[in-house]
Design a protein around this ligand. Structure first.
Ligand code: NAP
Length: 250
């Protein structure tokens, strides 16, 4: 697989921050996080509901400056308070302007409009995490069929976000289990990812590792259709289980 990038490889980001993180960890975890926040990539979320809220909170607690967004940012006060001092809320436009990395976690029916409104800005970002899924129960059978006819969520997202450095990730791990699964003891939980963009895969893998998971590349953008609930990759799996399941996917 030409796009395969080991999750263990560190990009410039990991290398630059590795020494700094070690030095700061000697002070205190909280102080280290606060100081490291000045140097860490800024994370924006489009969608700050269950999944966007949970993921943004993990990044904020890891020391990243995070801006959650909503069409009504005042509704995010409780989320911002619980995510801690690195988090704030803004409009979707403010979050897009803020983030080096953007997490999109919205109903899939909103993706097209987001692409139209923010596509050019999103194409300038180092990485866009595509967490959203077409779900028949929420989005309608006809809508999901339309997406699947285009090749599924991976291909459809790439089409709606032209030029963006998109990696599908965290699509089928329930928001309720994320905090507990992050940095779990023993073997890390695997996060299957799909993308055609080697540099974005490398950065995504480093960020996923930072949250205490292990990214497992299952293939290119076209394989993104398997990163939805209800496929064999849905739910929680170890990295080895993900590799085994992915080997049988066509
Ligand atoms: N929940 C999970 O466990 C889970 C796990 C993996 C993946 N996902 C996927 O993640 C996505 C979000 O799921 P969720 O459970 O987090 O949903 P949710 O709790 O209902 O939150 C949806 C979020 O999307 C935002 N949104 C909706 N339409 C928008 C638009 N046109 N422009 C900008 N923001 C918009 C909402 O913001 P406003 O405040 O502006 O309304 C809200 O913050 C879905 O595609 C889902 O399949 C969910």
């Amino acid at each position: 697989m030409t796009n395969a990038v080991s999750p263990d490889r560190r990009d410039f980001f990991g290398l630059a921050l590795g020494g700094l993180a070690l030095a700061l960890a000697a002070v205190s975890p909280r102080a280290a996080r606060a100081q490291a926040a000045g140097a860490k990539l800024k994370i924006a979320t489009i969608g700050a509901g269950r999944e966007g809220g949970a993921l943004g909170t993990l990044f904020a607690k890891e020391g990243h400056p995070v801006m959650f967004s909503s069409r009504n940012p005042d509704s995010l006060k409780d989320l911002v308070a619980s995510a801690g001092p690195n988090a704030k809320a803004g409009t979707v436009a403010e979050a897009v302007a803020f983030g080096d990395v953007v997490v999109i976690a919205v109903p899939y029916t909103a993706m097209e409009q987001i692409g139209k409104d923010y596509g050019p800005a999103l194409a300038t970002k180092q990485l866009v995490f595509d967490v959203s899924n077409p779900i028949p129960r929420r989005d309608g059978e006809d809508f999901v069929k339309k997406i699947n006819d285009q090749g599924g969520a991976g291909v459809a997202s790439a089409k709606m976000l032209p030029g963006a450095h998109v990696v599908r990730a965290f699509n089928a791990i329930g928001s309720g289990g994320l905090a507990k699964a992050a940095h779990r003891t023993g073997e890390p939980l695997g996060v299957p990812i799909a993308s055609d963009d080697a540099k974005a895969i490398e950065l995504a893998s480093a960020l996923i590792k930072e949250l205490g998971f292990e990214a497992v590349l299952i293939g290119g953008t076209a394989k993104g259709k398997y990163l939805v609930p209800g496929t064999p990759l849905g739910g929680e799996h170890t990295p080895a289980e993900i590799r085994k399941i992915a080997a049988d996917l066509t």
